[in-house]
Write a protein that binds this ligand. Structure first.
Ligand code: GLU
Length: 376
């Protein structure tokens, strides 16, 4: 494996690692593989200790709960898998909590539905909670909220959930650990199937290489992994599909273990800025004073104090245009408040927000991470 691709994991600032049910649990008995989990968490803790921010997306709730409830093998009904997830998630979280605390790390459980990453208001909430946890040194362990997610609001597979999380929090590396060591030109059991070490462009030919490899326990196959690769690379995140069947799978990957790398199409920062400046329709306008224009040009966030007027109807998380008193567009960004709340707090110091709105909101009207300056 080329040094440049290996370094993608060791050099990454923010890493999301997704582990499938087949790694965490024994396929026959459904029991948790504690040794494997311990070794995996030791890798995560070592990377965290080097200063890399680590997030885990873990499957396994349904597999563990199914065993606990004595449900038969084979396909479960939706409500049965939801019940199994409700039981299994407790054991899953506890196992991570125990393993991480052995390394002096806090484990944070986050259960997400599709809505939490697709609806902008909830997206901002989920993102800011994850950012806060990372800042405080905790390791978030994320799963889909299977107990409440029905088909219209569910991902159904943790591959795409992991990719959404990675792009939501601007991660620069996503690793999908599964029982295959990457993408092959044909199913690996077929003669002549060749392993592909790196994919720089996810073409229709590449998409056609994915078979349906989903097992009874996990919903992901190569198709969902390629769908995840599209989301991640578009969001500026490198992604690897690697075999997690060995103990210390991340260490193995860092030492050049076999995998398929999907190359990011830009940096997470550039992808996010492009998304905000071009990809979203603005719902309103925020007019700011000269002091705020100056602060924005110096890379700072927009505070309510610098706002003189609010136009249009928008919700928290919607894109808005920021203009100066002459109507020139200075920037675009995601508003942390609705137009109604913004109108109440404009011109005020951020300390007064709670008193004005009756709840403690964010100090910034638009956080600098959610803001793109207009060129020229
Ligand atoms: N969320 C499911 C679970 O924890 C797994 C989904 C998947 O296998 O991708 O059991």
């Amino acid at each position: 494996m080329a040094a440049v691709t290996i370094a993608r994991l060791s050099n990454a600032q923010r890493v999301v690692v997704k582990i499938g049910s087949a790694l965490l649990t024994d396929g026959k008995t459904g029991k948790l593989n504690r040794d494997w989990l311990g070794a995996f968490v030791a890798d995560v803790a070592a990377m965290r200790a080097r200063g890399q921010e680590m997030l885990i997306v873990s499957s396994g709730a349904i597999a563990l709960g199914r065993r606990a409830l004595g449900l038969p093998s084979g396909r479960l009904k939706l409500e049965e898998s939801q019940a199994a997830a409700a039981v299994g998630q407790i054991g899953l979280a506890q196992a991570f909590q125990e393993s991480l605390s052995a390394h002096g790390r806090n484990c944070a459980q986050i259960l997400l539905t599709l809505d939490d990453t697709e609806t902008r208001r909830r997206y901002l909430n989920a993102r800011s909670t994850l950012n806060t946890l990372l800042r405080l040194g905790a390791v978030p362990v994320i799963n889909e909220n299977d107990t409440v997610a029905t088909s219209e609001i569910r991902y159904g597979d943790n591959d795409r959930l992991a990719a959404r999380v990675a792009s939501m929090i601007s991660a620069d590396c996503l690793v999908l650990l599964s029982d295959v060591d990457g993408l092959y030109t044909a199913p690996p059991s077929e003669p002549g199937a060749t392993h592909i070490p790196e994919v720089t462009d996810i073409t229709p030919e590449i998409m056609a290489m994915a078979g349906d490899a989903a097992s009874e326990m996990s919903r992901g196959g190569m198709k969902t992994k390629l769908a995840a690769a599209l989301i991640a690379t578009e969001g500026g995140c490198h992604m690897a599909i690697a075999n997690g069947r060995t103990l210390h799978p991340l260490k193995a990957l860092e030492e050049g273990g076999r995998c398929t790398w999907f190359t990011a199409r830009s940096t997470p920062y550039a992808a996010r800025k492009r998304w905000i400046s071009g990809g979203l329709k603005t719902k309103g306008t925020i007019v700011v004073d000269a002091g705020a224009v100056d602060a924005l040009l110096h890379g700072r966030s927009l505070l309510p104090a610098g706002i003189t007027a609010v136009q249009g109807r928008f919700e928290r998380g919607d894109a808005v245009s920021v203009r100066d008193s002459e109507g020139r567009e200075i920037a675009r960004g995601l508003s942390a408040y609705s137009n109604e709340d913004a109108a109440r707090i404009l011109g005020h110091n951020s300390r007064e927000i709670e008193e004005l709105l009756g709840f403690a909101g964010r100090a910034e009207m638009i956080h600098r991470d959610d803001l793109v300056l207009k060129k020229g």
